[in-house]
Ligand binder design. Structure first.
Ligand code: SAM
Length: 342
């Protein structure tokens, strides 16, 4: 791993933060933890469609390991945890893990990213366990198109889960919609945006990122998306929801929800990136689009005190390895999103 020379920005507004910082002054307060590489969908944009992905959480980190990792992160200033995958709800009794993480004093918020297929039955239990909110992937509201993109005829379950999540108070419910999956992207954008008219959801159109050898896609730009929305709806700037991150938000036709767009490659938000990621197999990654990572597995085999010290050290190393940005668009490539944890 080659590291840039150390340049800490002493005038950064984060100077009052006493926790973990990277070399560029960014405070690390957010950790994404992948609970499994298994998934019950085969989305065309989420890496190679591999066989046998349905039940691969046997080699994933145990609940105890996840809790130890989060404790170490929390002791260094991490306050927000997002559970992801693969599909995190495939993991048995996720709510018990949520409860344990919520009980860690420094953790202020536990959230989850899911495809929603299994959410209807678990939403109330997760909310009772202390889960704050969910992001749900929804690439199309059209059953045929949804099946084509995800490999499964499940859009009705997901639409039901969205309403159940809102009722369970897992709000704001954010819908992640990767765009540029079809030539008819306008239809996709308009259909999903309509969800924000009468539902309290926050739709986020997400730029599709290329994998491994893939080239870039002839995808709509951020300006294209806005033009499409403005051509069909009355679009008004709106306050972003809690935890709104990098996107700008709008209401459509005065609806109760909002829409926004996230363009990690064309409009990167690296300057304010506050996150690290743990893969399901225990690799602590510094950046989604960089291979810089620290292996946590050996630390996890050590006795408790030593384990904590080694995990803290690993977090410091990963923060140190965090690149200033994820490089040029031409270089930006992600590996398998289901392995890294989206
Ligand atoms: N199974 C869960 C789900 O479907 O939300 C969590 C894991 S999934 C990898 C998390 C998110 O990764 C999805 O919402 C999707 O937006 C995003 N994602 C996956 N592949 C992507 C790609 N190639 N470009 C942009 N976003 C991607």
């Amino acid at each position: 791993m080659s590291l840039d020379p150390v340049r800490v920005q002493t005038d950064h507004p984060s100077h009052r933060f006493s926790g973990l910082r990277d070399r560029f002054g960014r405070c690390i307060t957010y950790l994404r933890v992948s609970l499994t590489t298994a998934c019950n969908l085969r989305c065309i944009y989420c890496g190679p469609r591999r066989a046998g992905r349905g039940s691969a959480h046997c080699d994933a980190l145990s609940d105890d390991a996840v809790v130890d990792i989060v404790r170490a992160a929390a002791s260094l200033g991490v306050k927000a945890i997002r559970l992801t995958g693969g599909e995190p709800l495939l993991r048995p009794r996720v709510w018990e893990l949520v409860e344990r993480i919520v009980s860690i004093r420094e953790i202020e918020e536990v959230t989850l990213t899911t495809n929603g297929v299994l959410l209807t039955d678990q939403a109330d239990t997760l909310a009772a366990a202390g889960l704050r909110r969910v992001n749900i992937s929804l690439d199309s509201t059209d059953p045929v198109e949804y099946s084509r993109v995800t490999g499964r005829d499940a859009v009705s379950s997901v639409l039901q889960a969205i309403d159940v999540a809102v009722s369970a108070g897992l709000q704001p419910v954010k819908l992640n919609t990767v765009i540029g999956l079809t030539s008819d992207w306008k239809q996709q954008v308009l259909q999903v945006a309509r969800m924000a008219i009468d539902r309290q959801v926050c739709v986020r159109f997400i730029e599709r990122m290329p994998f491994g050898h893939e080239g870039r896609f002839p995808a709509p730009t951020l300006a294209d998306v806005m033009q499409c929305l403005e051509g069909a709806f009355d679009v008004t700037p709106a306050q972003g929801p809690r935890g709104s991150g990098p996107a700008r938000y709008y209401t459509v036709n005065g609806g109760v929800g909002t829409v926004g767009a996230i363009y990690p490659l064309s409009a990167p938000f690296c300057a304010t990136c506050n996150r690290l990621r743990v893969t399901a197999q225990g690799q602590l990654r510094a950046c989604l689009l960089s291979d810089a990572s620290v292996d946590l597995r050996e630390a996890l085999c050590r006795p408790a005190l030593e384990r904590h010290a080694l995990l803290c050290r690993a977090f410091k190393l990963a923060a140190f390895a965090k690149p200033r940005s994820h490089g040029s668009i031409a270089e930006a490539r992600i590996r398998d999103m289901a392995d890294i944890g989206g």
